[in-house]
Design a protein around this ligand. Structure first.
Ligand code: SAH
Ligand code: SF4
Ligand code: F3S
Length: 436
């Protein structure tokens, strides 16, 4: 019965990892990956509900997928965070959907797909457990993949006032370290050279359940042969230990780049967000890291227009950006999410103000990004080549240790290799290089 399967992924890296696991499970059932939804017999939409806009995108995609159901009887399954949040309501909104499964039910996907295809029944799996997954089986990787994600913990217990993630991903759970290390070793055997360890807050790994701390796990991952680069995301500033700072001084493999979401530069707003750190504490982490790893670069997430944010609060966010000089910031207008505390706060900021603040923040960040990128011109850096450039057939694309994209021309196929390039030009989101 199997044919081809297609997965469309919205949202964060954890969703990308989950999708790769889903494809691994479908492959075990006999499905081959499809290049597009047109040729697929099973279509899975892995959804994100972090902001309202993300959720709307899910519905517009589902609307477009309806034709595949009509045309060739494709089975349509909706998983991930919107599925967890809305559950069977999705069947009402999109009656052509066959399967709705939540974030803790990935392991059951084969059984649910078989039932939907065999008996033509509607299937849902929405329960949440203490241990959300057995993590059995390997993730699907395209031929020649050099970089892979490994989720080390799931869920989140922080309940930041704006955030829906704890509601749709459940309680924090740390995977046993042996299970994580086995997975990284298997990836190394498959040719992967860079791993990115994932969790909503990796710094609390092992604190509630589990068998070691995050720095301990990280050191063991760094010692695995074949893995040449290690990164992790996301770090919550409140739990960033000195032991973790030390790791950056111990391992060259641990890349000199850190995504450290600040969300705001104002202590008043940080307090209302329930982030549990101050601007000064945040800056002290940045300073300590720069001491042990002078070449380290930073990126961050910011929310503008959180309820009660005044112009003065917003100025403090801008001044934090100037102070840290991030390479990149991902910035969002505050979006009220159902079931979160902040959605009920009375002093919501008008959309128009949010929009203006976002533009101002982004233009400041763009200026700093370009300045940082320009300062790379003339330097020689080692690039891990991820594959041919998507925009230009003659070029290859890779990343520097500090996570900047570099495009360059090469005479032979260099995918998967480490190449030293000289940076010759800088653009707003990438660098141009020349192999030396
Ligand atoms: N666990 C990560 C964040 C995961 S969500 C952390 O604590 O840093 C990714 C980003 O989405 C957040 O960093 C935040 O900037 C943004 N975000 C989350 N909820 C949001 C909301 N309701 N409105 C706007 N942005 C939001
Ligand atoms: Fe959301 Fe906060 Fe958890 Fe991050 S730490 S996922 S922002 S609740
Ligand atoms: Fe979105 Fe769920 Fe990730 S809400 S950001 S896909 S954890």
């Amino acid at each position: 019965m199997p044919g081809k399967a297609y997965i469309h992924t919205f949202g964060c890296q954890m969703n990308e990892y989950d999708s790769a696991r889903m494809m691994g499970l479908l492959q075990k059932m006999g499905f081959d990956p499809a290049g597009s939804p047109e040729e697929a017999d099973v279509i899975i939409v892995n959804t994100c509900s972090v902001r309202e806009k993300a959720e709307q995108k899910v519905y517009s995609l589902l609307g477009r997928l309806k034709v595949h159901k009509k045309r060739r009887g494709a089975t349509i399954a909706v998983g991930g965070c919107v599925a967890q949040q809305l559950g069977e309501k999705i069947f009402e909104k999109a009656p052509y959907v066959d399967v709705v499964f939540g974030t803790h039910n990935i392991d059951r996907l084969p059984e649910m797909i078989s039932r939907a295809r065999g008996e033509g029944e509607r299937v849902s799996g929405l329960e949440m457990w203490e241990r959300p997954s057995t993590f059995e089986g390997d993730q699907y990787l395209e031929e020649g993949t050099v970089k892979a994600y490994v989720t080390i913990m799931t869920g989140c217990d922080n309940f930041c006032a704006y955030c829906i993630v704890p509601l749709v991903r459940g309680r924090e759970y740390s995977r046993p370290s042996r299970e994580v290390l086995d997975e990284v070793r298997r990836l190394a055997e498959r040719g992967v050279k860079e791993v990115i360890l994932l969790g909503q807050n990796v710094n609390s790994y092992g604190k509630k359940n589990g068998d070691c701390s995050f720095p301990h796990l990280l050191r063991q991952v760094c010692r695995i042969d074949g893995i040449e680069r290690v990164r992790f995301v996301t770090s919550h500033p409140k739990d960033f230990s000195d032991d973790l700072v030390s790791c950056f001084g111990e391992f060259e493999k641990l890349c000199p780049h850190l995504h450290l979401p600040a969300q705001s530069g104002s202590d008043r707003i940080l307090e209302r967000m329930g982030r549990k750190y101050t601007r000064d504490h945040y800056l002290s982490i940045v300073e300590k890291l720069r001491k042990v790893r002078p070449d380290i670069t930073f990126s961050s997430d910011f929310i503008v227009g959180f309820p009660g944010e005044t112009d003065e609060d917003f100025r403090q966010t801008l001044s934090l950006i100037e102070e840290v000089r991030y390479d990149i910031s991902f910035s969002f207008r505050y979006s009220p999410r159902p079931g979160t505390r902040a959605a009920g706060f009375e002093d919501q900021v008008p959309e128009e103000v949010k929009r203006e603040r976002l533009i101002e923040l982004q233009s400041l960040q763009n200026r700093i990004t370009l300045e940082n990128y320009r300062s790379m011109v003339g330097k020689k850096v080692e690039v891990l080549v991820e594959g041919p450039s998507k925009r230009d057939d003659n070029k290859y694309t890779g990343r520097t240790p500090c996570n900047k994209v570099v495009n360059f021309e090469a005479r032979e196929d260099v995918k998967g290799q480490f190449i030293t390039v000289e940076i010759v030009d800088a653009f707003s989101h990438s660098l141009a290089g020349r192999p030396v």
